[in-house]
Ligand binder design. Structure first.
Ligand code: ADP
Length: 446
């Protein structure tokens, strides 16, 4: 600054001196005046250029101005560049932040103090059937029309979440959402939504399961209580007493079988998947199931009446990696079902095959009553039975196929079922080729 003042004073002095040489004092005065006017004009022109530049779109490159104006233009443009860089960085951070919210599996919606949508991610848009662009600035109450939500929104009490049906909710295709509002800032709100369909379904399944178990246990328990009361109150003959005790034993056995099956299921759910280290001797497995099946068949259809024809195929020349205990329970459930549901005189065939693609199939075919096509997809659900009374009469719990399905899935395989009403059924356990192992010596049994 001092330098500029000195330069200005120096220039005026030089012009004054030149004027003095030219025309003494009046000349000196004229020289100084001319210098001052010239400086003023140059400065004004620079000022005009500076103002024009500040009005231009691009203020990042300063104009070539000398003097104070040039200095000012340089400083202004530097400050503007720094500010623009800051804005760019903030914008980038905002975009990254929004991208992170977009990637979140939770629906996020920002509402202004009037309840209008300021922004929402794609998940929230899908949950409520919105268009993330078109519906901006719309009031959320106009777009989310569930009466439960209207009441929740109006209540101002947002401590707990609200459950409501999603936009795509339809019979047979339920979509359940959990929604919660979180006030923030000055009257704004964050609305979070989660798809809880699977959770709601698991809840419903758990409730059904508990209801089913209670029902299954209550029936034999009621019968037992009735018999106990009879034994306590009525004077019975010895044969009558024996008869009642036998009936009671049958009911206790039914409860015991049910509890055993429940425990098997819960153990299957809670234990680690069977490793590939243990190889199961399939020949021994078939032999065990055969002994069991023949015993049950003789009991249900004594040889003197109409015996069943049971045929077990030859032992395979390979073993299967998995849990011997689980595989035995899976196969024996299928074989026992075939024996229990096939009438006397019918035939049951059990075989182990190697499929062309290397997979292993344990097959149980019977000439029993078969299952109508509408029931087939539901077999394997807990407590699902085609004929309840028939299942119970033959000692069924309604859990056999559920256990079998679980076991085969734990081994990476699948339970296949095919049936023709009145003709018979085929149930098969199919295991992946990776589970095949070389045959074991007969001494090592399952
Ligand atoms: P349950 O203990 O009732 O036999 P499962 O889970 O083993 O329970 O079987 C479910 C239902 O599938 C049975 O109630 C029965 O209706 C049907 N089912 C199973 N196996 C056969 C079969 N071999 N032939 C006809 N129906 C069968």
């Amino acid at each position: 600054m001092l330098l500029r003042v000195l330069l200005f004073v120096g220039a005026l002095s030089v012009l004054g001196l030149l004027g003095w040489f030219w025309a003494s004092w009046p000349g000196a005065l004229l020289g100084v005046l001319a210098g001052a006017v010239l400086t003023f004009v140059i400065d004004s022109l620079r000022g005009v250029r500076f103002i024009r530049w500040t009005q231009a779109r691009d203020t990042t490159t300063p104009p070539l101005l000398g003097g104070l104006w040039g200095d000012a233009a340089y400083r202004v443009s530097r400050a503007l560049r720094a500010e623009q860089q800051q804005v760019r960085e903030s914008e980038e951070r905002l975009q990254e932040f929004l991208a992170a919210i977009q990637a979140s599996p939770i629906g996020v919606m920002l509402l202004d103090p009037e309840g209008r949508i300021e922004w929402c991610n794609d998940i929230a848009a899908a949950h409520f059937g919105l268009d993330a662009e078109r519906d901006l600035r719309q009031h959320v109450g106009h777009l989310v029309r569930d009466p439960g939500f209207t009441t929740y929104y109006a209540s101002g009490e947002y401590d707990s979440e609200l459950r409501l049906s999603g936009r795509q909710d339809a019979p047979g295709h339920p979509v359940k959402l959990s929604v919660q509002l979180h006030p923030y800032g000055s009257g704004r709100m964050l609305m979070l939504s989660r798809d809880v369909t699977a959770l709601a379904q698991a809840d419903a399944m758990r409730r059904d399961f508990v209801a089913n178990v209670s029902h299954e246990i209550r029936t034999p328990l009621t019968v037992l209580a009735g018999f106990v009361e009879t034994l306590q109150t009525l004077p019975l003959t010895e044969p009558e007493r024996q008869n009642y005790l036998a009936l009671m034993a049958a009911q206790s056995l039914r409860m015991q079988t049910l509890v055993d099956d429940l425990l098997t299921l819960s153990r299957l759910e809670g234990s680690p998947l069977p490793s590939g280290a243990e190889a199961v001797d399939l020949g021994a497995l078939l032999a065990q199931c055969e002994t069991e099946a023949r015993g049950l068949s003789n009991l249900l259809h004594p040889p003197e009446a109409q015996p069943q024809r049971l045929h077990f195929g030859p032992p395979p020349d390979f073993a299967l990696a998995g849990s011997a205990k689980e595989l035995r329970s899976a196969l024996s459930n299928l074989v026992n079902n075939a024996v229990r549901y096939t009438p006397g005189g019918g035939g049951i065939e059990v075989a182990c095959q190697r499929l062309p693609d290397g997979r292993v199939r344990l097959l149980v075919t019977d000439t029993g009553p078969g299952v109508a096509p509408e029931h087939l997809p539901r077999l394997g659900e807990r407590f699902y039975r085609v004929d309840r009374s028939r299942s119970r009469e033959s000692g069924g719990t309604g859990l056999g196929l559920a256990i079998t399905k679980h076991v085969v899935q734990r081994h990476g395989g699948e339970l296949q079922m095919s049936s023709q009403l009145g003709k018979g059924s085929t149930f098969a356990l199919v295991f992946p080729a990776q589970r095949v192992r070389p045959a074991l010596t007969p001494a090592v049994s399952a």
